[in-house]
Design a protein around this ligand. Sequence first.
Ligand code: GMT
Length: 384
Amino acid sequence: MTQPHRKVAVLCHSGAGGSGVVATELGLMVSAAGHEVHFVGNSMPFRLMGQQGGFRGPYFHQVSGFAYALFDQPYPELAAANTLTEVILEHGVELVHAHYAIPHATAANHARSITKKSRVITTLHGTDVTLVGAEPAFRHTTKHAIEHSDHVTAVSEFLAHQTRDIFGIEREIEVIHNFVDSDRFVRTPDPAVRARFAHPDEALIVHVSNFRPVKRVEDVVEVFARISSEIPARLLMIGDGPERARAFERARELGVIGRTQFLGSFPDVQTVLGISDLFLLPSSNESFGLAALEAMSCEVPVVASNAGGIPEVVEQGVTGFMSDVGDVDDMADKALRILRDRDVYLRMGQAARQTAMTRFHPRLIVPRYLAAYEETLRQTRALC
Ligand code: GMT
């Protein structure tokens, strides 16, 4: 049975963070499936840049800001709700998909009560619950946003449990894991690209994140320093954020700054993942670890912390290794086990790709979101 053509608004963070990446990749696929997709955000989501397909969309609507001297703080939720209201009314949007609880689910719920026209599906990504939502300053508003969305999804079992535990919420939370486009995130052993970052005999180690404290980027440098004291290696640090300077300083102190490159953020991270040998993700908490999955799709084994939802993505000893949070010695030992033995390295890389293809492929995950959209709209009609 063919699905009806739907009009969907997607509200997400624009910067280089996992929730914005998932929102964008999903929105592009929903659009490619023939639906009309309207992204709404403070600026264009970084992975949407250059991806818009012309007059059929997806479209991007910038949230209108208003700086007023009396307001000593910006009011992002109100501004997003207002722009969203305009988009719903102008384009006949039936469903808003809010990625991240605060301020997006609150803004989407707000726009729904203004317009009385659209439904709200909220996807919880991680720190919206574990960090922002758990913070007393946002606890009640986050809980309300989750309870009053028409449908709620979480990107891992871990996050669904955390949400229930932290807020005492009993409503259904559907777990829909993140996905990776395995056609784009693929091994591309281009010697010219690789030569830009490493000599042929060096192991190329990579970390991608938004360099927030939860990512423990200093641990990345610590692990790398231990690896590079044993074998020739280079480290690529991709992304940017508040802990970048600290990581840079640690690399200098440990004497590995000459073998470390801080590349900043860029959308086609797959080019670098496709020539890398090992991915490090030593986070103190991680609801899923999308960056690790993108690496796995490129046949890159992962060494990560055994935290949050990471064990739902990385299989211990099969697609990589996990260690206790902060145990940089163990992480380095495990990384060396992979990098010193070509058979282990190849076997893990292939298993990682296989996992990405068989458990986290868009053809498995995107239809689940489309089904959630239809179910949410069907229940709406039943309520009317
Ligand atoms: O913390 C980040 O890396 C960004 C954050 C976000 O919401 O933008 O990522 C969260 O969502 C990603 C996509 O669902 C998950 O893969 C990350 O694990 C999650 N981050 C944390 O839980 C720390």
